[in-house]
Design a protein around this ligand. Sequence first.
Ligand SMILES: [Zn+2]
Length: 71
Amino acid sequence: MTLRRVQKKFLQACRTCHKVLETDKTVCPECQGNALTTEWFGYLVIIDSHNSDVAKKMNIKYNGRYALKVR
Ligand SMILES: [Zn+2]
């Protein structure tokens, strides 16, 4: 697990699965949902979703970048 400061204005998060995406995306590639928001907090990188307690707690099944909290 790695927490980093990022330039959030270029990123948005999926309200359904918390995946972080570039703002040019209109549909989440992970859950196919379109409930995307720029109102999110906390940057989380999952590199080993099967062995990560954080991933399990947040119900994350895939590696990638996620938001801790989404409005
Ligand atoms: Zn999603």
